[in-house]
Design a binder for this molecule. Structure first.
Ligand code: FMN
Length: 178
């Protein structure tokens, strides 16, 4: 099963790396995508080393003119993990100014699109983010809850990314239905 694993710029990137590692060990084919901000949290070498594949990050990548469409077409499951407030709000507005935005618009939800939010409590509870999550869900995306807990910013509340194992189990369940 092919997973398009999209990273955005969240401190929870290390948890998403654990999930990528578990998926590769379980023989999933994982293609990573990263925003510019995601590379502030996880290195290209880490993503490429974990998956043994080049990470896609540019719409205008020399030699890969159709990545902004074909990466979604080739995948069986699309993950946005960790999903930042910024990317969630951009997707809900249909903004396609990066690879993740163009891939989102090039997908019609016939294949699953899962969003795993990770952010500060205020960002998560902000009406802009909550409205965007509702919109994405209404369009057909699956939105994972966050867990309550102590966040990197020191606050205690919602917005903390679920544990990688929980997402892994859901992926295994999905695989079982195919
Ligand atoms: C140390 C640090 C941690 C951050 N963690 C998060 C986070 O967990 N979730 C989030 O939504 N934004 C977080 N941000 C802010 C995003 O990186 C910022 O909004 C960025 O523009 C997101 O870009 P992207 O959605 O294109 O990846 C963090 C910023 C810093 C400096």
């Amino acid at each position: 099963m092919k997973i398009l694993f999209q990273f955005t710029g969240s401190i929870a990137a290390f948890k998403a790396c654990q999930l990528v590692s578990s998926l590769v060990k379980a023989d999933y084919s994982v293609q990573t995508v990263a925003t510019k901000s995601a590379f502030e949290f996880v290195g290209r070498a880490t993503l490429e080393g974990l998956t043994n594949r080049a990470v896609a990050s540019e719409v205008y990548e020399p030699g890969h003119p159709m990545d902004h469409i074909s990466l979604a077409r080739e995948a069986d499951l699309i993950l946005l993990c960790p999903a930042t407030a910024n990317s969630i709000n951009k997707l809900a507005a249909g903004i396609a100014d990066d690879l993740i935005g163009t891939l989102f618009l090039a997908n019609n939800f016939k294949k699953p699109y899962w969003v795993v939010p990770a952010m500060n409590t205020q960002m998560y509870e902000h009406p802009a983010t909550q409205e965007s999550l509702k919109k994405l869900s209404h369009w057909g995306a699956r939105i994972f809850d966050t867990q309550d807990g102590r966040l990197a910013c020191g606050e205690v509340g919602s917005g903390k990314m679920v544990e990688p194992d929980e997402v892994f189990k859901e992926i295994e369940k999905f695989k079982g239905t195919r």
